[in-house]
Design a protein around this ligand. Structure first.
Ligand code: ADP
Ligand code: MG
Length: 683
């Protein structure tokens, strides 16, 4: 019966589950206080003393048991409102008791209502010898008489029959002693029943370390298995196309970070193992050119390459950028999206299959099964928020030997998150912006400052600049938000009337052609203003645009705001981002806006975002269980994470298959986890 309840309410099925249902706090009953020294700032207290007197007072509903106990320093009153006569039967005047409960003061005298009492014996004469655990329980369990403390009795019974054999060590001895970590057995005992706060800390630390260590190890082993056993295409040479472009067409020097990343990619693609690399870089750090040059290496080695973008607008923009270069190299390029007309599509598919088309730019349409290549060598996925494993797997199947895969992020992922969620991928970081970039000057203005904001925009347009207005349309199906957008468009038009000003609009409900036409007018500077939604969030590159206005900015998340801001500051002009909001904005939204105003660094913003929201909601997070830690937090315990990571790296580089003696404990543990019925069921 009790077992059923535990299963249903807390998902506790096995003794193992019970052991890992950790207490959320402990009551310290290792100390005994003196009654004469109790002060009102104490909460739960424990005293011992002799029962002097007790009596039932009051009538009916107000009937209660009142007792006094005394120690050498003072007297204290104890009161029971419920079960008064029942309690009375158990208490003996003249006997010594250990008393515990919530302290209150009445007319300057200390008292406890409904204290816990137990006869004083030798064993508890100086308090209990461990801190008492309190476990999380549900309301339903409480109603059935199982509270956070009764659960402790169950765990205590379990420990009576458990020995160290049932909780064997799983971290190599060397690491334990280097990091001064206690054993696994000690840790489990002490997280439930610690003799002192210090030991409780040690237990928690050890178990957090273990969580990070094991998770990192699993991912690390996947990565190292791929390095050793995957088969990949060998791109032996950097040839004519790459060099021609690099020497004759590239109009700016690459940053050191870009050069370093290109080298990492080149090295990967020459090893004969499949590349699976995540490229991180802040908005505007120049990821595209790195991807493009990597694709030229594939072509130099007689393979095809493709790049997949999340939106039609962005895909088309890449296509327009690459086309003149690719054609000047006498290569063929094609564009493929959901809106490609079927006759055109047929021609393209044929060209891809026969190998006449060397480079394909497209949207998700690229992963459809009908899309086949003659010999795809490199697939790039651009501006990804979420890295679907299935998506990548579909790309792998586009060649008998899987193509190399390069995934580029839309926004930076905090280091700690990348380590825990993407530890099975290799990753490169472009941590340097091209020279001459000025930070986008960012301010937060309330709606009533609108007239000044509009005047400012007019002056920018007068000096030849272009402007974005972004409205929140998060769900394309949201009717209210859509109406807001239309209203917003009318408002902008009223401030900026034709023919002095021309406005483009782009949103998700338009068809692709319409979007493209409106976008192109803005790109060609035929319109000075772009009114849009987050469909322009990623990738769009119009260097002449210098002002980004974000309406109802409080409705956007941090990484979205940063992405949007990244649309300006791409040219040499000073640029601005103005975050508009009403005056009633919640504290968290205020925090977001002030972070935006204080930094332009996407990595810093990502760290803050992680702190504010926790890992669960961060864009780019996978639902892989890689982040399901019971105790450890990748925000608060970064220090431990870093140390665990270092140990995993050096362990794997020394003994990737865990074959050495000292690592046997780990190997055994990982194997036992596979079956996952290590402990018998609770009956
Ligand atoms: P993102 O990393 O956000 O995708 P892009 O690849 O779109 O950034 O690059 C942003 C802009 O910076 C583009 O106009 C690109 O041509 C330019 N750019 C890239 N690398 C350099 C560089 N090393 N020096 C100068 N400009 C660069
Ligand atoms: Mg980009």
């Amino acid at each position: 019966m009790r077992a059923d309840l535990l299963k249903k309410e807390l998902q506790i099925f096995t003794f193992g589950d019970l052991l890992t249902h950790f207490p959320f706090r402990h009551l310290d009953r290792t100390n005994i206080q003196l009654i004469g020294q109790l002060s009102p700032n104490l909460d739960q207290v424990q005293v011992k003393g002799r029962l002097l007197h007790m009596e039932l007072v009051g009538e009916k509903r107000s009937r209660r048991l009142v007792a006094q106990i005394r120690d050498a320093t003072g007297i204290m009153e104890l009161t029971w409102f419920q079960g008064a006569s029942w309690v009375q039967k158990f208490l003996v005047v003249g006997q010594d008791y250990l008393v515990y409960g919530k302290l209150s003061f009445f007319l300057g005298k200390p008292q406890i209502n409904h204290p816990e009492l137990e006869p004083l014996q030798e064993a508890n004469a100086s308090g209990k010898n461990f801190l008492e655990p309190v476990y999380p329980v549900t309301e339903k369990l409480k109603a059935r008489g199982i509270n956070g403390r009764t659960l402790g009795k169950l765990v205590q019974q379990l420990f009576l029959v458990l020995t160290e054999k049932e909780i064997p060590e799983n971290i190599p001895h060397q690491i334990l002693s280097k990091e001064k970590l206690i054993s696994r057995w000690e840790a489990f005992k002490n997280i439930h029943f610690p003799p002192s706060l210090d030991l409780k800390e040690k237990a928690i630390n050890r178990l957090k370390f273990e969580e990070f260590f094991i998770a990192q190890l699993r991912l690390g082993m996947l990565r190292s298995a791929r390095h050793r056993y995957s088969r990949g295409l060998v791109f032996q040479q950097v040839g004519k196309y790459f060099n021609d472009f690099y020497n004759n067409q590239l109009s700016f020097p690459l940053t050191n970070a870009q050069k370093r990343v290109l080298k990492e990619i080149r090295r990967d693609m020459a090893t004969g193992k499949q590349m699976n690399r995540l490229l991180q870089g802040d908005v505007g750090s120049g990821k595209t050119i790195v991807a493009f040059m990597s694709m030229l290496i594939a072509i130099d080695n007689s393979y095809q390459a493709c790049i997949m973008a999340p939106t039609e607008i962005l895909a088309r923009q890449h296509y327009e950028n690459f086309k003149p270069i690719v054609e000047s190299l006498e290569l063929n390029i094609a564009f493929l999206s959901g809106s490609t007309k079927s006759a055109e599509k047929k021609k393209i598919l044929k060209g891809m299959l026969e190998g006449e088309i060397h480079l394909v730019v497209g949207t998700h349409a690229l992963i459809e099964e009908t899309v086949q290549f003659k010999n795809l060598g490199l697939a790039v996925i651009d501006e990804q928020h979420k890295f679907g494993v299935e998506q990548r797997a579909k790309l792998w199947k586009k060649n008998t030997t899987p193509p190399h895969v390069l995934v580029m992020t839309a926004t930076p992922i905090p280091r700690t998150l990348a380590m825990t969620a993407y530890g099975d991928l290799d990753f490169s970081v472009i941590d340097e912006l091209p020279p001459g970039r000025k930070p986008v000057h960012t301010v937060h203005r309330l709606d009533d400052a609108r007239p000044q904001v509009m005047d400012f925009i007019k002056s920018e347009i007068a000096s030849g600049r272009q402007v974005y207005f972004i409205f929140p349309l998060i769900e394309e199906s949201d009717k209210l938000q859509y109406e807001d957008l239309m209203q917003g468009y009318e408002n902008v038009k009223a401030w900026f009337p034709e023919p002095q000003y021309w406005i483009s609009m782009v949103h998700g409900r338009m068809n692709a052609d319409q979007k493209e036409i409106n976008m192109q007018r803005f790109v060609k500077n035929e319109t000075q203003i772009m009114v849009g939604t987050t469909v322009i969030e990623v990738g769009v590159n119009v260097p002449n645009a210098s002002v980004m206005i974000i309406e109802s900015a409080e409705k956007f998340g941090l990484s979205q705001l940063h992405q949007l801001r990244g649309r300006v500051g791409r040219g040499s002009d000073k640029s601005y981002c103005i975050l508009l909001s009403g005056s009633k904005v919640g504290q968290e939204a205020k925090n977001r806006l002030s972070i935006m105003c204080s930094t332009n660094d996407g990595f810093k913003i990502a760290e803050k975002d992680l702190e504010i929201r926790g890992p669960g909601d961060i864009q780019g997070t996978r639902q892989s269980g890689a982040l399901n830690f019971k105790l450890a937090s990748i925000v608060d315990d970064r220090g431990i994470l870093e140390i665990a990571r270092e140990h995993v790296e050096s362990l794997l580089s020394d003994d990737a298959d865990l074959e050495k003696n000292g690592n046997a404990v780990l190997k055994i543990f990982l194997q036992s986890e596979k079956g996952k019925t290590a402990w018998s069921r609770i009956s």
